[in-house]
Structure formats: C-alpha cells, structure tokens
Design a protein around this ligand. Sequence first.
Ligand code: BG6
Length: 484
Amino acid sequence: TITNKEFPKGFLWGGATAANQLEGAFDQDGKGLSSADLVAYIPKDQRKKDNAIEITSDEIEKILSGEKVARYPKREGIDFYHRYKEDIALFAEMGFKVFRLSLNWARIFPNGDDQEPNEAGLKFYDDVFDELHKYGIEPLVTLSHYETPYGLTEKYNGWLGREVIGCFERYAKTVFTRYKDKVKYWLTFNEINMITLSPFTGGGIVSDRTEHPLQAQYQGLHHQFVASALVTKACHAIIPGAKIGCMLARMETYPNTPNPLDVRKAQLENQMNLFFTDVHARGEYPNYMNRFFKENQISIKKEDGDDEILKEYTVDYVSFSYYMSLTASASPEGERAQGNLFGGVKNPYLESSDWGWQIDPIGLRIMLNDMYDRYQKPLFLVENGLGAYDRVEEDGSIHDDYRIDYLRKHIEQMREAIEDGVDLMGYTSWGPIDLVSMSTSEMTKRYGFIYVDLDDDGNGTLKRSKKDSFDWYKKVIESNGVEL
Ligand code: BG6
C-alpha cells in the first residue's frame, strides 16, 4: 500500500451535485416543470421494489391537476437558488478546486423546445459561475442530470422522440456560447444508463405510453448517444480547449463463486453496464449487444449518418459514479443486496451502508484499472460517498466518523489506482452539502460535509453547519491527498 503520497499536481478535488436535488425554486423566474419536479416523497414502507421511481400517466394527470397527492422535495431542494453564495463560500473554505453542478434545462428552456432561452435562467448560472471563480473554483457542468423538461414528455414522450436531439443541441449550444469563458469542463448525460433502469428519470419517458417499453428505452438511449456526440462536436467548436465527457453509474460486478456459470453471469452484467461508455468512448455499438437486442425484440431505428456521428465525436474523458460493487450469481438464492436502482446477491466480504449499499473501496481500484485499460482515456470519479443518518449533538456538532472512514478508504484506493498507472483527473464526492436523495427523495439520507437543517417532512430552518468531515476533507485537499 502506498501511503502519504501526494496526488498528481492539479488533481481536481471537489464535490458534486445536481440542480433538481438542491436548487429548489422550481417555478421561479420563468422555470418550466422538469421530470424531477413530479417525483414525490414516498415513505419507506410504501416504496416499490429496488426503489424504482416510475410514474404512470394517471399519476401525472393527478399531479398536474393540482391535486395534492404528496410532497415533492425536489421542488424545494435545499434552497441553493437563494443561498448559493453562502454554500459556495463553504466549499471554498474546504479548498475545492472544482464544483460539479448541473444546469436545470427547464430553467433555461422552460418547455424544452422553446426557440429562445429564458434570460433569468441563464443569468442565475452566470452568477453561480462568477461566485465560484471568485474563489478559484472551476465549475464542472452536467448538461442533463435527471431534469428533462416536462414539456418534452408531453410532446414527444421524452427522449423517445428523435426531435429531442435538436432541442438538446439548441440548449447545449446556447450554454456553450453563453458560458464559454466560464466553464471548461462539461459532461453530457449523468449516469446515462439510468434510462434503462428508470426511463422517466433518465429520459422523461412514460412507459405506459409505449407499446414495447424496453424498445422505447433503447431507442431513447440511441437519441441520447447521438445528441451527446453532436454536442461534443459543438462544444469543441465553440469553446476551444474545453473538455467534455460522458458519465456512467459504474457497477463493477464480481462472480459469486469461481463456477464458470457465475463468471459468465458477471461478465454479462459488466458488459451490460459498460455498453454505454463503450459507445461514448469507442464510438460504436459493441457486437455483444446484438444478441441482447435480438432476444428482446429490440430494433433500434437509426438515421443515415448516426453511426458516423458516434464514431467521429467520441468523448474527451470518461467519468462515472462509484458507490458500491455488485455480485452476480447464475443461480441467485438467498439474501439480496440493495443499491438505489441496482441489486445482486449479497457479498459476505463486504459491509453495507444504512441503505444496504455494499461498501467496497478495493472495488474502486479494480474498477479504475479496468476502465482505464478499456478506454485509454482520462477518467474522472465524479460521484462517490456515503448516504447515512447523522446525529446532531446538543452543542450542534456532528461526529460523522463513518463518513470520513468511507471516504478515506476510497481515496486510498484511488491513490493506489493512480500508482497502478491510471490517469485520473479528479474526484468530486457526492453531495458535499446534504441534499434531496435521488432515489427516495429523503433528506435524512445525508452525504454532506455540510449539514442542512431539514427533515423528510420538509421541516427545518435550512441552516447550514459543519460536520467533522468538513475539516477532515479540507485537510485532504490542502495536503493534496497526503493527510487522510
Ligand atoms: C447517483 C445520482 O445515482 O447517486 C445522484 O447521480 C444521486 O443524483 C446519487 O443522488 C446517490 O443516490 P441517492 O439515491 O442516495 O440520492
């Protein structure tokens, strides 16, 4: 094990967020509705299997009719929209070099297909970027993080419609032009594999409006691939020197035993996961998907020129989230492991988080090595962290040693991977400030170094305070990873 070794000079330390999980102000200054604004908080005992956040046409109708069916925590977030200055000052105090955030597409194009952007939306992000630069923090901007404008669902059933490619291009070109002097790191789609797990979350697609939901997911995905390649092209044309990447929820999957059947099962699951970055980074659909498409009667409609676009405009770097590993068994019996939308059999060598996610720092090293071998492009770990319940002591302090322990072990393995030869650009831990959970819309599933006084029912003062991990992460950055 390598200890006390500095990370490479210029390593980008920071934190990662998404607009819909922290901004709030869902209907202010001209913002339109996005898919995330329709996602309700569901108490634990009423959640669906694997926390699947699907939505039906009936549910949408009820929500839009104004009938109060539930609370929608993503509409309120943690009020970053009004408190970004205070929050960015805290990130700066920790010494962030980079801050990952997403643009809420519907803040800029309220219906998704408007001809002209909403100036108030553009102005908000201008202010946020200026505030970041005041402290020397580089923004890393995700164009689409589960925030498809709802207007596109109404008109085209989200990304199922080929027209959405053009809408996305217009949006991307608008923000590249507007922010060309302020943003040099970009990502196209957050966890692009989400569209095949939760098509509404990942692509604004309502499954009960399709004849063949699986076909719809992969067709919508194809549109996202083409859109991603086209905006990669546009990004390079508009912002010379900018870097634009893709983003995958990486699920490194182990075989449950050395039984070749288990090994094959794990191989297949890894392929099904790596397929997405294979297209983005290598520029073509891998052969191994043909069998899956055939067996599931999926036939992707491509237009002339699509294959050439994918091939020509591959990404500059590959980014991903990593929270846990999975284990695959050809004959799954016994206890299952849980992720936000993933599962597998339980790995007896790993401990789990309060939400049942299997904690596996060494898996991170394995994954980084595999990804670098496969793509030979710079990598960026843009999400990693521990969702946990925190306790506020009487004096207001929060002793989150479990979070420090999780992060330390993962950062150690990141250092090992760099030593193994992996080209890693940076690390942005998920949710540097507590925010609304993507999968469950809980507030009490906390990831932050900064505590936000807000509970699952929406009660609280929204006051920010530092957890023990705040000073710890500050030291990590200050020492460039030497002091863990
Ligand atoms: C990733 C998403 O899947 O995991 C984030 O990109 C999300 O949006 C994060 O918040 C953690 O998941 P959850 O469900 O605990 O919020």
